[in-house]
Design a protein around this ligand. Structure first.
Ligand SMILES: [Zn+2]
Length: 309
């Protein structure tokens, strides 16, 4: 009899649950908007409801367990959400214990960046490698690291918060409380905020309420401001990526998240920076686009169940 996992991807805006098979096919999917301001009891209720909605549709199937990808920082060893910046009320909250009380199968929790890294490692752009760095560039910047064929979790399971490497001295305040983090410069909201501020005062095709994709579209048309915005974005990302190459010596560095939709434009600029700045022995490490798109977290959460990793 085939075996299945239920995977949950808890995000700041969307909450998704899916039935995933051992080959990482997503067979059923349920989705709601996360009640991000309603407090942990409501959000846990949403998770339970969504998982049960999936389970009701597959009563004939052998379910091995439930894997959950959650924003961090999350102490995955104790199952405690420490302070989730995107969902209110999750401060020192026993997420694992609450879910185990209310769900009918074994529950495994993972920080979302690590879950997505596992997904890409096992079924995406990292297949076949022993050393993988995954970076997602979206509303925030997160990631996860695979070293010597093992998931790097670190103290309390919180390793791999790659978005909070500082790249600017006395820089902008980050959501995490630090200043100058790469997330505060290269994540989607920071990118569009800079573009909008400059569009208000410079000659450009860009509107004052432009979105990220508008900036890339205008850059393709040769708009000077948009081109310089894309170059600046690539520069920030490449600063971070170069540090990650030096830190972890990956076989491959994978970029995912919404901004990776523009990988074709960003990659040559990132590569130029790496060629100019990385140590010689690291210049040839491939930097590639993620393959699983928005499903990386669900696939990774399902591997927690199938492989116990
Ligand atoms: Zn930060």
């Amino acid at each position: 009899m085939s075996e299945y996992a239920v995977a949950v991807d808890l995000g700041g805006t969307q909450l998704r649950a899916a039935l995933v098979d051992a080959q990482a096919n997503i067979l059923l999917r349920e989705e709601v908007k996360t009640a991000a301001q309603a407090g942990p009891d409501v959000v846990v209720g949403q998770i339970v409801e969504l998982v049960n909605a999936v389970l009701r549709q597959c009563t004939d199937k052998l379910i091995l367990g439930i894997g959950i990808s959650s924003p961090g920082p999350l102490d995955t060893k104790k199952g405690i959400a420490l302070s989730l910046p995107t969902i209110s009320g999750f401060t020192e909250y026993p997420l694992g214990a609450e879910l185990r009380l209310r769900l009918p199968y074994a529950v495994q929790l993972e920080n979302d960046g690590i879950a997505a890294a596992i997904g890409e490692w096992k079924f995406g752009a990292g297949v076949g490698f022993q050393n993988v760095v995954f970076v997602t560039v979206s509303t925030g910047i997160g990631g996860g690291v695979i070293v010597d064929g093992h998931v790097m979790r670190g103290r309390r399971g919180m390793a791999g918060h790659v978005g909070h490497m500082a790249v600017v001295q006395n820089g902008a305040r980050c959501n995490c409380g630090n200043t100058g983090c790469i997330e505060a410069y290269a994540a989607g909201p920071a990118f569009t905020a800079r573009a909008r501020a400059r569009a208000a005062i410079e000659k450009t095709l860009l509107a004052k309420d432009c979105e990220s994709r508008d900036v890339f579209a205008a850059a393709k048309m040769g708009d000077d401001l948009a081109v310089s915005m894309v170059q600046e974005e690539a520069h920030y990302l490449a600063m971070g990526f170069t540090s990650l190459l030096h830190l972890y010596s990956p076989d491959v560095l994978i970029m995912g998240g919404g901004l990776s939709n523009e990988f074709g434009m960003l990659h040559p600029l990132i590569d130029t920076y790496v060629q100019d700045n990385a140590m010689a022995a690291f210049k040839s490490v491939p930097i590639v686009k993620a393959k699983l798109g928005g499903n990386a977290g669900l696939v990774g959460a399902s591997r927690l169940v199938f492989e116990g990793i």
